[in-house]
Design a protein around this ligand. Structure first.
Ligand SMILES: [Zn+2]
Length: 358
């Protein structure tokens, strides 16, 4: 009886999940006005002779391909005018450098690489998204090595990629993490993790920098998504199932759609003034993930009067920015609102308010 009940519950759960996917996809599609993405490259990890991580009953290369194809279908059918390019659509081996080359030659505006995680700890579970950068913790270093191991299926991989763990590499990375490309990738990564957690109900392990070779060579914002752990029995089952793949793909899709709708700059006002929250003003440049900036998402770096200004928020309504300030001050108590003209010049708040008619 218990077994029957469990089976019935599972069927019910599946139905709910299925309906949830339909509802999520049926949500109104935002008008593509101001859409910045014209071409997105979707990169299913591994393939062919490289199985990626291997679970009890499935392989990373197959699950990643299914999720990636579903993601591409959603984008093609729901976002008019966006071209989807895949690095592979079948079970074939594609070298990492070739994947980046496909994205670069397609002039892509976004690169999304789909992977499945694995750990020797069978209990480990959850989703994470990554942008290219210096690995701050051992887990990320291990994960990078795990994913970069794909190159070992390539001949002469040392000639092609060199030793990617050298010190000079790490230096290049830390300057990269503060670049606008890394920042845009991070914005999408954060949206993906948010969707995974709130709507797909997957455990959120967060957004982290990792030194994935495939991300290193792409010349556009790029995110690598780890959809769960194949080494965890329950998560493997979920990811190997069609409904699990639909849930995961639709979460990435919604994040992408949201990113695309919101990544355009706010309509410039007549005077090109907007309010920002200043976190730090420094004479030296620091990476956006510096501990001084407390891990606050979507930080931008401005150059004003020879200083590096680290800011968040962008509003033309003074009230809205002060609402955001309250939250930011919980992490950085001395943050305050500034008014900026054309992104390059500070303006007195009173003058800005007057110009904006407030
Ligand atoms: Zn992988």
């Amino acid at each position: 009886m218990k077994i029957i009940m469990n089976t019935m519950e599972t069927v019910a759960n599946k139905t709910i999940l299925f309906l949830a996917v339909i509802l999520m996809l049926a949500a109104p599609v935002f008008a593509q006005t101001g859409a910045s993405i014209k071409t997105v490259v979707i990169d299913p990890g591994h393939g062919g002779k490289d199985p990626g991580a291997v679970g009890k009953n499935s392989k990373e290369k197959d699950i990643a391909l299914s999720i990636a194809l579903k993601l591409g279908e959603y984008i093609t059918s729901k976002c008019q005018g966006i071209k989807v390019v895949y690095t592979r659509k079948k079970d074939v081996f594609v070298p990492l450098a070739k994947r980046a080359e496909i994205a670069n030659s397609a002039n892509a505006d976004m690169f999304i690489s789909v992977h499945i995680n694995s750990s020797t700890n069978k209990e480990a579970y959850g989703t994470s998204s990554h942008v290219y950068g210096f690995c701050f913790n051992l887990d990320m270093k291990t994960l990078s090595l795990q994913e970069n191991n794909a190159v070992k299926f390539e001949e002469n991989y040392l000639d092609e990629y060199g030793d990617w763990e050298t010190v000079s590499e790490i230096k290049t990375m830390s300057s990269f993490t503060s670049s606008p490309l890394a920042n845009q990738g991070k914005q999408l990564a954060e949206k993906i993790q948010n969707e995974f957690e709130t709507r797909a109900k997957r455990y959120n392990r967060g957004v982290e920098y990792a030194s994935f070779l495939v991300l290193k060579r792409t010349q556009m914002p790029a995110v690598l998504v780890e959809c769960g752990f194949i080494s965890n029995e329950e998560e493997e089952k979920f990811m190997a199932s069609t409904y699990g793949q639909e849930i995961l793909a639709s979460a990435i899709f919604r994040a992408f759609r949201d990113y695309n709708g919101s990544s355009s700059q706010p309509e410039p006002t007549k005077s090109n003034i907007c309010f920002r929250i200043q976190l730090k003003s420094l004479s030296k440049q620091i990476p956006l993930n510096s501990s001084e900036l407390k891990g606050i998402p979507n930080i931008e770096e401005l150059h004003i009067n020879g200083k590096y200004q680290y800011v968040v928020g962008k509003e033309t309504d003074y009230k809205k920015i002060t609402d955001q300030l309250a939250n930011i001050r919980k992490q950085i108590p001395d943050a305050f609102v500034i008014a900026v003209r054309n992104g390059t010049e500070k303006v007195d708040i009173k003058v800005a308010k007057k110009e904006l008619g407030q």
